[in-house]
Design a protein around this ligand. Structure first.
Ligand code: NAD
Length: 256
């Protein structure tokens, strides 16, 4: 379905981003990966799906590096047809104890980077008359939890940016939507599980049970594969007129 298209996924060396990159590659899209840590493993996983895969190491805190990545993607594949703004980090502390540097980093990576990639991707999408922008927000783009001030502010901001991007391009073939997962067991969440286990003296499994029972009625993690299927739907012809939604996949979290 996406053969001949190019998808750039920020923060795709791990977790949800890698899952989304693989779901789009399985539909035939060439992929530009981005993120830190092991690169060869993720590149091989995507290439095994029979598409071309490229990588750029841009740090999402740095607008100049983001511009470099977007120019690289255009020079390698012509243009970015599908932009997935996924890179994100978390930090947990009450506001009075929240380190200002952590606030700045979360706003830069989880929110401002999406503005920069979007402003740089749109002109080529507009010239082509087709594009898909998918923003990985969170249930925390819709509701709050304590001790996550920067994350909740960034994700609410990302849902707002999603709506404006969708509206400004509503007369074209470019759609923009947000995906709002509840808990997904990735390295980002494993850190929170480890912290809970250490704080309360629990086993890994007991900490997971406790975390899921606090907010997620299904008591189940959403998987990167399930989120990938939603991203594929947004890219499909059936998604042509889905514009500016923030679609939660959260085991009932925000239904409460
Ligand atoms: P993860 O830690 O597994 O992956 C994060 C990715 O972002 C990695 O590839 C990492 O290298 C990259 N990254 C981090 N800082 C970066 C930077 N400065 N520049 C470029 N890349 C950077 O996390 P994940 O759980 O897969 O999270 C992916 C997205 O999904 C995030 O936006 C997160 O907020 C969101 N999300 C996650 C969950 C969850 O439960 N895991 C729930 C809701 C939303």
């Amino acid at each position: 379905m996406l053969k001949g298209k190019t998808a750039l996924v920020t923060g795709s060396t791990s977790g949800i981003g890698l899952g989304l990159a693989k779901a789009l590659a399985a539909q035939g899209a060439n992929i530009v990966l981005n993120g830190f840590g092991d690169v060869e493993g993720p590149q091989a996983e995507v290439a095994a799906l029979g598409v071309q895969v490229a990588y750029h190491a841009a740090d999402m805190r740095q607008p100049a590096e983001i511009a470099d990545m977007m120019a690289y993607a255009a020079s390698r594949f012509g243009r970015v047809d599908i932009l997935v703004n996924n890179a994100g980090i978390q930090h947990v502390a009450r506001i009075e104890n929240f380190a200002p540097e952590r606030w700045d980093a979360i706003i830069a990576i989880n929110l401002s980077s999406a503005f920069h990639t979007t402003r740089l991707a749109l002109p080529a999408m507009q010239a082509a008359g087709w594009g898909r922008i998918i923003n990985l927000a969170s249930v925390h783009g819709l509701v709050a939890s304590g001790e996550k001030s920067a994350y909740v502010a960034a994700k609410h901001g990302l849902v707002g940016l999603t709506k404006v991007t969708a509206l400004e391009n509503a007369g074209s073939g470019i759609t923009c939507n947000a995906i709002c997962p509840g808990w997904v067991l990735t390295p980002l969440v494993q850190k929170q599980v480890d912290a809970k286990a250490a704080e309360l003296g629990l086993s890994n499994d007991a900490a997971i049970k406790l975390i899921l029972s606090e907010k997620e009625p299904s008591r189940q993690f959403t998987t990167p594969e399930e989120l990938g299927a939603l991203a594929v739907f947004f890219c499909s012809p059936a998604g042509n007129n889905v514009r500016g939604v923030a679609w939660n996949m959260d085991g009932g979290w925000v239904a409460q």
